[in-house]
Design a protein around this ligand. Structure first.
Ligand code: CA
Ligand code: CA
Ligand code: CA
Length: 220
């Protein structure tokens, strides 16, 4: 059996100490750049279109108005912990109450257990994120908590251009829909500077000892 050299052990120690053993589960549901809606169930009026504000970007909009949901994700998603964050970008153009809504649903039917957590109006009920309709993209992060505004089981994500909003079709755009069990606003975990410096000193010391112990090259 071969023995690991002290330098290798020190490197493993450093990697272990700086790694993140509880890595976040983050899933990009769709950024609408792959040319298809395979992440979503067929049969909706959703379409991938060129971003009206950025010709190099694509987004989702709808060719029909809906109530109860227009497009559902192809699969369900489950939060691995108590908390869940759904982030996305929304563009409402032009004007007021363009009708974009994003929510979760336990099935793919308009009825049943559901929650619209983002929308351009609260006339259908409160939402966590009231979407801005000012003709510009805005980024949103919605915090969902099991037993509060998220059911315990897996859910579909769904979206629509709500028929009871401005009744104008096609002016609600979504992009970059991501779900995560870690708040994206939190900084990436890093070691405190004191610990990082200590590890660096230890690594250097081990490397020096290792080099000193190396056998001298044999004389020819
Ligand atoms: Ca996009
Ligand atoms: Ca609309
Ligand atoms: Ca439903």
């Amino acid at each position: 059996m071969s023995r690991l050299g002290p330098l290798a052990v020190a490197l493993m120690l450093l990697l272990f100490a700086t790694g993140n053993p509880s890595a976040a589960t983050t899933i990009t549901i769709d950024n609408f750049e792959n040319g298809n809606l395979n992440a979503w169930k067929p049969g909706s009026s959703g379409q991938i279109v060129v971003d009206p504000l950025n010709a190099s970007n694509h987004a989702l909009h709808f060719t029909a108005l809906a109530d109860g949901g227009d497009i559902w994700t192809a699969t369900t998603y489950a939060a691995t912990g108590t908390d869940w964050w759904v982030s996305f970008d929304y563009l409402g153009r032009p004007g007021l109450n363009t009708g974009g809504f994003l929510g979760w649903d336990t099935d793919t039917l308009p009825a049943g257990t559901e929650h619209w957590f983002a929308g351009t109006t609260v006339s259908g009920g409160p939402v966590e994120a009231l979407l801005v309709d000012d003709g510009a993209w805005h980024h949103y992060v919605v915090h969902l908590i099991r037993g509060v505004n998220l059911t315990n089981g897996p859910v579909y994500i769904k979206a629509e251009d709500w028929i009871k909003a401005d009744a104008v079709v096609g002016n609600a755009y979504f992009d970059n829909i991501v779900i995560s069990d870690v708040d994206p606003a939190l900084p990436v975990p890093v070691l405190p500077p004191v610990i990082s410096a200590a590890l660096f000193v230890i690594l250097c010391a081990v490397a020096v000892i290792h080099l000193r112990r190396r056998p001298a090259p044999k004389a020819i």
